[in-house]
Design a protein around this ligand. Structure first.
Ligand SMILES: [Zn+2]
Length: 297
């Protein structure tokens, strides 16, 4: 087959880029300075997608990997700015199999030998329905799904250095969504952290469920049940998959005004999020035509 002329290929690329969501494009506008959230937990995400580093005392544990395309470079830079070498990230735990959470995962696995951890269900999605991840919207033709090194199931417990992590499946937003509960340390003090990121109602709209073949809308009930189960957990520090879920930007402002009180060290953050989320899903089930604008969450 004869190759198209250069100028046509250039315009094709421009069209592809324009067709993409706000995942890679203008990623640098989402940059934010990393910060120490509590004890051995650092925030290294951007102002929309959250990522974290936990210093386990025996290598770094990373939670979620931001967006793909150019945003991978930003994630790597942010890890450096937090005072860590990205090459020291031994493990990367991914809370669900969506493009805005798995961005740097494949890169880190290949570049640094980072061990990737997902639920067995998320691994299955990537094998059987890679399009559900949204990678087709990445704007980068080199982005691809990955094969995790470790697959976890309900109740599994893994040890990362001094950190013990318990995995609980929380499907709904995506089949492979899960929550993780683990200990954090600050000198003699400890806290129970809860990591959850699979929150968007974008995957329970009529349009979305028709496309994946869920004509009985069972996914909505599964999502609601997962959130009700998560609400029962006692969590001191909410580790959220997006800044909006835990009002991270507002809390940082609050912290500046009152440096003595760490607003992230508050068990109510988890409870408030799930109370609101349960109400949102219940309202959505009553009126599913209310719609949702954008395709990831
Ligand atoms: Zn998602």
């Amino acid at each position: 087959m004869q190759r198209k002329p250069m100028i046509e290929r250039y315009h094709d690329q421009e069209e592809r880029r324009k067709a993409c969501g706000p995942l890679g494009r203008d990623f640098y506008k989402r940059y934010m300075k990393p910060f120490n959230m509590w004890g051995n937990l650092w925030y290294v995400g951007d102002n929309w997608c959250s990522s974290y580093i936990v210093d386990t005392g025996d290598g770094l544990l990373m939670l979620d990997a931001g967006c793909p395309a150019g945003a991978i470079a930003m994630t790597i830079q942010t890890i450096w700015e937090a005072g860590f070498n990205p090459r020291d990230v031994k493990w990367l735990v991914l809370d669900h199999e969506h493009i805005d959470h798995i961005g740097a995962a494949g890169f880190m696995q290949k570049m640094f030998g980072t061990k990737l951890v997902t639920s067995a269900a998320a691994a299955r999605t990537m094998r059987e329905h890679p399009e559900w991840t949204g990678l087709q919207d990445s704007s980068d033709c080199f982005d691809e799904v990955f094969v995790p090194d470790i697959e976890v199931n309900e109740g599994d417990i893994l040890h990362f250095g001094k950190v013990t992590m318990e995995f609980k499946m929380a499907p709904g937003h995506m089949p492979g969504a899960m929550a993780m509960f683990f200990n954090l340390e600050d000198g003699e003090e400890t806290r129970r952290a809860g990591f959850f990121g699979a929150h968007g109602v974008n995957t329970i709209t009529n349009e979305y469920l028709d496309e994946i073949g869920d004509y009985d809308r069972v996914t909505r009930q599964i999502f609601l049940e997962s959130c009700r189960r998560m609400r029962q957990e006692k969590v001191d520090i909410f580790v959220s998959g997006h800044t909006g879920m835990n009002k991270i930007l507002a809390k940082l402002e609050q912290w500046k005004e009152d440096p003595e009180v760490n607003p992230f060290d508050n068990p109510e953050n988890w409870n408030i999020f799930f109370d609101n989320k349960i109400a949102e899903i219940e309202a959505f089930i009553k009126d599913p035509t209310r719609g949702f604008k954008y395709g990831v969450g």
